[in-house]
Design a protein around this ligand. Sequence first.
Ligand SMILES: Cc1ncc(C[n+]2csc(CCOP(=O)(O)OP(=O)(O)O)c2C)c(N)n1
Ligand code: SF4
Length: 342
Amino acid sequence: MTQNIDHKLTPKDFATDQDIRWCPGCGDYSILKQVQTIMPEIGVPKEDIVFISGIGCSSRFPYYMNTYGVHSIHGRAPAIASGLKAVNPDLSVWVITGDGDSLSIGGNHLIHMLRRNFDMNVLLFNNEIYGLTKGQYSPTSPEGSISKSTPMGSVDHPFNPLALCMGAEGTFLARTLDRDPKHMRAVLSEAHLHKGTSMVEIYQNCNVFNDGAFFPFTEKDSKPDNVIFLEQGEPLVFGSERNRGIKLDGFKPVVVNLDEGVSKDELWVHDKTDKVKASMLTQLLDDPREEGALPRAFGVIYAEERFNYEDVFNHQIDKAVETNGEGDLDALLAGPSIWEIA
Ligand SMILES: Cc1ncc(C[n+]2csc(CCOP(=O)(O)OP(=O)(O)O)c2C)c(N)n1
Ligand code: SF4
């Protein structure tokens, strides 16, 4: 859909007059800014954009976007977004959710939304904690996390969100960081272009209840050693000197040093359409604080073309109307199929 308006929109056109209730310093501000920045570029009229969230600090997002929006029910944004997209396929639909909202109470809704592959975008703000309810552990909190609800350390093994989404047959998986605005904007723009459900996991710092959870990936001194930025068709290279890379030894990723006789041609080349390799990238989840940890992948990990639910669903309705006529709901309800309750 192209913009059909006579003045060019700017990010300010997507801001609202609402007082923002996030804590000063929260990573949510950066995500809001990047989303508002890409909105004029995607060329969809404001009136055709809808942000739908569940419950959580992150889920206050729709109040701050000057588009249509629904601050819905805890964990249920995928269900509401799916219904809306099914009957209004021309809308640009964005689901905003937290790791608690989408992976605890909303886990079931998330996986079914993904396999259906509606053409919409999901931004999962992962801060590895429940922020709004003041710092309980979440399904992405690492083992041993000390929180309000796990004073002796969490015993739960965490989800790997993107591996979970891949297992649920997601067709677009990406990861980005609140503290890398340029990277986030590029990923969000690509997510918008994907014709299917794009899942973008965003590492988001909750500076009040889980400050620094992602510092190894975001801070200047540690980021180059812990982050691989994926580029389609490019070898996996990282490090402050860009002299380290990942090579596949069979199915085992190993770190190699390009200064020690290994050529770039031997490295793993990123192909977002290769499901097996994308699946391996989702498994690069080492704790960066541990000796010998492999770096973590950021960017578009996987992209697959598959039909959208809404297209086939609406095609079926058209076919049924063609064959059987418009139908009559009153007649159906008062119809001959009756039964008695004893
Ligand atoms: C049915 C229901 N159960 C529990 C809650 C309490 N609750 C509100 S937000 C939330 C979790 C929020 O965590 P997350 O989705 O990670 O968002 P964040 O606040 O960190 O952005 C919970 C458990 C609720 N509001 N409704
Ligand atoms: S509690 Fe955490 S996630 Fe919520 S607004 Fe404050 S800093 Fe952000």
